[in-house]
Design a binder for this molecule. Structure first.
Ligand code: ATP
Ligand code: MG
Ligand code: MG
Ligand code: MG
Length: 502
């Protein structure tokens, strides 16, 4: 069977081409047809209008390998990176589609054929979920494909919120929707976790590899559903998850591409322990941020650019944790281009600009990172000494519910004002401070953070027009990064903001 990611991609596309599918290029990470969507987070994004009926293609079957990003926006896996075996921010999704052509039977049977006969996955390790009311899919799995009934799990729509699984897919609150069927791989008893739909489903023993969505209804504003005249299929399989199985490893981070990226991260940070989670974070984030630059997203203080900045700064902070005090992150770009440039020529063509953009952001953040970390460290030691209940009462900005939770859980809480100061003066995105917190067992008072930001905005408004103009000069927008003027070398910082970053 195919083993390397390059072979796995090729095999997938060849298989679906042999079943009459048109092979379509990966679309950019910034969706061209949907201003409401932050990033392309699945293969179907470029076909959204086809499903809605407002766009037509000269084919009714398509397949692709799509570059996806799940950071910021509706799907956000940023917090999972470094913690689970299966999540990246940037990943590649293998997908096949039917636009009013074939439906459940072909989709599931071809899926099974590809997995078991072409990729040669052991059948006894595979299991499937179906929507609890979808007898049609259940019967295809059990009677036609021959999967034992005890390995086909019925899952609801999770309206009760009991578990994470949800087998009813919706494009939005209204419009195309329908049940889905997901294929899971059992990595073995030695790994903690339970099957889908059980309390242990968040573990990494049973890993979801392929989602088959059957769009057969049109959701009405009143919540009722009408049958679509021509049902569609939308599937997505994580390339890295499949590669892990085929390369006989458990984690996505042990596959060929990541083994090399992690080695490069170790080289640039001097870290000896290749299992250090910070190396995984850096390896993941260099892919995400390099692809973002090559698709035109540069670090800034708002929207997509701010997500880009947050990912870069998270990676830099992990390097700092490993002892780096100088830019290192951009030096991984040539390694990445070597590994992925052939499959993604745009990345190759933009290599120089990618490196320069990452380097500039590193140089900027290293100016304030060290001092910021000292402030954070100092604040954290004093947090430890303080009684939790007292502080929860002292904050008036907090809702009762939050105050209660804080008091009850007895978690250490970093005051929101500190997190805001780090954000405002030292360029620490809130999620970066929270990331440090998670490592050291404290949470951040986000209500206090919001309150501090509001207070500063109000003060800015009261200070009159001159100050507002200065704020605009720094950021090009009303974004709260106005606090840079309080840095010791304001001239330098102004220059940084004028170096071409919008
Ligand atoms: P999970 O439950 O593991 O978070 P998901 O249900 O959110 O996955 P889907 O939205 O169904 O994932 O996406 C289709 C497929 O894409 C998944 O079955 C998985 O193989 C892959 N995938 C999803 N999110 C990620 C990610 N963050 N990193 C790598 N692969 C992913
Ligand atoms: Mg998910
Ligand atoms: Mg899932
Ligand atoms: Mg899924």
């Amino acid at each position: 069977p195919p083993v390397t990611v390059a072979e796995i991609r090729k095999t997938f596309l060849q298989f679906f081409a042999s079943k009459g599918h048109t092979v379509v290029e990966s679309s950019p990470l910034v969706p061209g047809n949907d201003p409401t969507l932050m990033f392309t987070n699945s293969g179907m994004v470029q076909f959204k209008d086809v499903f809605l009926g407002t766009d037509k293609r000269p084919y009714v079957r398509a397949a692709s390998v799509q570059a996806c990003l799940r950071a910021g926006g509706k799907h956000n896996d940023l917090e999972n990176v470094g913690y689970t075996a299966r999540h990246h921010t940037f990943f590649e999704m293998l997908g096949n589609w039917s636009f009013g052509d074939y439906f459940k039977r072909e989709s599931l049977k071809w899926g099974w054929e590809l997995l078991t006969e072409v990729y040669k996955l052991p059948k006894e390790r595979l299991l499937a979920t179906v929507y609890h009311e979808d007898d049609e899919a259940f019967d295809i799995w059990t009677k036609e494909i021959g999967l034992p009934a005890d390995r086909v799990i019925r899952i609801g729509d999770n309206k009760g919120g009991k578990y994470k699984s949800d087998n009813f897919w919706m494009m939005a609150d209204t419009g195309p929707c329908g049940p889905c069927s997901e294929i899971f791989y059992d990595h073995g008893e030695h790994i903690p976790g339970g099957p889908p739909g059980s309390p242990g489903e968040d573990g990494d023993r049973f890993i979801e590899i392929w989602n088959h969505v059957f769009m057969q209804f049109d959701m009405q504003p009143d919540g009722s559903v009408v049958k679509l005249p021509a049902p569609c299929v939308d599937t997505g399989m994580g390339l890295e998850r499949l590669a892990a199985i085929l390369q006989h490893v458990h984690s996505n981070y042990e596959i060929d591409i990541f083994e090399k990226l992690i080695a490069a991260a170790a080289r640039e940070t001097g870290e000896k322990d290749l299992n250090n989670p910070s190396l995984r974070v850096i390896a993941d984030h260099v892919r995400a941020t390099a692809f973002l630059v090559s698709d035109g997203v540069i670090p800034s203080n708002e929207g997509r650019g701010y997500v880009q900045r947050r990912i870069i700064r998270r990676a830099i902070r992990h390097g700092y944790k490993l002892g780096r005090k100088q830019p290192f992150f951009h030096k991984l770009v040539p390694d990445l281009v070597k590994l992925m440039g052939t499959a993604y020529p745009r990345l190759q063509a933009e290599e120089k600009r990618v490196m320069e953009t990452l380097k500039a952001e590193e140089e900027r953040f290293f100016e304030t990172l060290g001092t910021g970390m000292e402030i954070l460290d100092a604040a954290l030691s004093s947090v430890r000494a303080e009684p939790v209940e007292g502080r929860a009462q002292a904050s008036t900005a907090r809702t009762d519910e939050v105050a209660q939770r804080v008091a009850l859980s007895r978690t250490k809480v970093l005051p929101g004002e500190v997190a805001f100061k780090l954000h405002d003066t030292y360029g620490f995105p809130l999620d970066l401070t929270q990331d440090v917190g998670r490592e050291r067992g404290f949470t951040v008072d986000t209500a206090g953070f919001d309150a501090a930001m509001e207070k500063q905005k109000a003060a800015g408004r009261a200070a009159g027009k001159f100050k507002m103009d200065r704020a605009l000069e720094y950021t090009g927008s009303g974004h709260p990064f106005t606090g840079y003027e309080r840095l010791e070398e304001p001239a330098k910082v102004v220059a940084l903001y004028k170096d071409g970053t919008p």
